[in-house]
Design a protein. Structure first.
Length: 362
């Protein structure tokens, strides 16, 4: 029996994670423990249905639709294909929902539905080239093995979790079929045995427990991209529902924590991460006076595409005690800066307005 076959079918340790929902498991990372890479045990979990128990010896990946050759790949077939390893950030499209006013419906994620892990897997392009995409194909649907009924909004009976990518994105190197996370086989919570990892897009695109890839010649308008994970896009002044896709630029503060006691008259290291989806982070600024004045933070290390960039700012904490509002805002290499307020057209997704961390200087 190889390591993959004997992988535990129970869920990984939940110690340290913030429980937003017990069943199905929806667990948040404590963002105050931010580091360059998020360990698998600390990585947030977002699931809509119970975790399917899949053994590697039973797992297959079907590739069908607008392809020259339908494929049914086994786990060993997939492991035999050329693989890459890369750090990729996943952020849930609802990360930060707890900060919305008035209180939003849905899971109230605070700042921890985000993480960066190192993923190993086969580029989706390798599998699509093996199958031969037919001319005229435009979308690639990724289907998970998990299924169930959704009450609100009501689903058409039992449905799978599935999302599509435009063909051009599906062929990009940052889209791969991962079987390892941080150097070990995926855990059941994170999609064992195989999941998609879609760099630069919100987490809902990274379909877990992946068992079917369907290439289509028509745009896909399934539940998880038309009723859920969809926002109002205004083109030529007409709002139309569009699938949530690219991650928007954002900086988050790990330290100080909300309501932290900060010593007066001493330097304090404000520390956090910023990310820009398909773009890199160009700049992070910090304000310690509720947004009246801003100073540049220092970007640490070097930019690695599709991950976060850690940053720090040395705050010369005033001697006068009281409540202070600390804020951070990022700008990406395309010149997009975080907005001050949430755009209602985004519904309860893509929440990247500037957050405030209020602390007590004492
Ligand atoms: N894939 C399947 N099959 N089922 C799911 O419920 N949730 C999606 C995505 N892939 C989901 C899924 C969402 S909304 C997110 S944010 C990411 O998985 C979270 O990945 P993680 O649980 O490994 O952090």
């Amino acid at each position: 029996m190889n390591e993959a076959e004997s992988a535990p079918m129970f869920s990984a340790s939940r110690a340290g994670l913030i429980i937003r929902e017990k069943e199905p498991a929806n667990l948040e990372f404590a963002f105050t423990s931010l580091g360059p890479v998020t360990s698998t045990n600390e990585f947030f979990v977002r699931t809509h249905f119970p975790v399917p128990a899949i053994r590697t010896q039973d797992w297959t990946l079907t590739v069908d639709g607008e392809v020259e050759r339908e494929l049914v790949l086994t786990y060993d077939d997939l492991l035999g294909l050329p693989a890459t390893t890369a750090p990729v950030l996943l952020e849930c499209a609802g990360n930060g929902r707890a900060q919305l006013v008035p209180k939003a419906k849905g899971l109230l994620w605070d700042t921890g539905a985000v993480g960066t892990a190192e993923w190993t897997g086969v580029p989706l392009s390798v599998v699509l080239e093996k199958a031969g995409v037919k001319p005229g194909a435009i979308d690639v649907i990724l289907q998970g093995a998990d299924e169930g009924e959704v009450d609100d909004p009501k689903s058409p009976g039992a449905i799978h979790f599935e999302r599509s990518l435009p063909l051009a994105k599906a062929l990009r190197p940052e889209v791969f079929l991962a079987y390892q996370m941080n150097g070990k086989n995926l855990t059941p919570d994170h999609g064992f045995p195989v999941r998609a990892v879609v760099g630069g897009w919100y987490g809902m695109a990274s379909v877990k427990w992946l068992t079917r890839v369907t290439v289509t010649a028509a745009p896909f308008e399934g539940f998880w991209q038309s009723l859920e994970y969809a926002y109002w896009k205004r083109e030529r002044e007409r709002p139309t529902l569009a699938a949530v896709a690219e991650v928007q630029v954002k900086a988050q503060i790990a330290r100080p924590a909300l309501s932290e006691a900060v010593p007066a008259g001493k330097p304090y290291r404000v520390f956090g991460a910023a990310w820009g989806g398909e773009s890199d982070v160009a700049r992070v600024e910090v304000s310690t006076d509720a947004g009246k004045t801003w100073s540049d933070a220092e970007l640490l290390g070097k930019a690695v595409p599709f991950t976060w960039r850690l940053w720090e700012f040395l705050w010369d904490v005033p001697k006068s005690v009281g409540r202070y509002k600390v804020m951070a805002r990022a700008t990406d290499t395309n010149g997009h800066t975080q907005p001050e307020t949430h755009d209602a057209d985004r519904r309860t997704y893509m929440i990247n307005f500037v957050f405030t961390v209020e602390v007590e200087v004492m």
